[in-house]
Design a protein. Sequence first.
Length: 162
Amino acid sequence: MTNKKPIKRNENIVKLSRDHHASLLFCWKIRQGIKHHIDVDRMANYVRYFWTQHFAPHFGEEEAFLFAPLKDDKVQRALDDHKQIKTSIETMDRFGIQDREGKLLQLADMVDEHVRYEERILFPHLELALSDEQLTQIGTQISDEPLLDTYQDAFWKNPSSL
């Protein structure tokens, strides 16, 4: 068994890593909803809520502050992921119920893969590529307010336990 140590994140971007935890919970909730055969519209409502309350502000901060100083292939991949996630959410309602379940699972997989890419590859790359002064400046620009998930419909809970 491999002993994985937690990733030590630069203090100036640690808030973005904390936001990623909420994104991974989003993925888990969508997967749980599908596992429990929850109405697709309920899950789609949650996805729209999460876009507005979490993904859009989080992506905005990353793009405006963290990604702006360095334009390379690693940053471009994250920008492309952001576009793909946004498009997936915007087009979600164009499909029938069966297709929407599949699209929701694809979205959860896409977000999961994106977060893991940023945490394991992109953020360590940026921490090395950016100067201490740049990271400090980024830290002053990122909001201190955590992005909270206060959605009221807990569709992801096992219906038999409610």
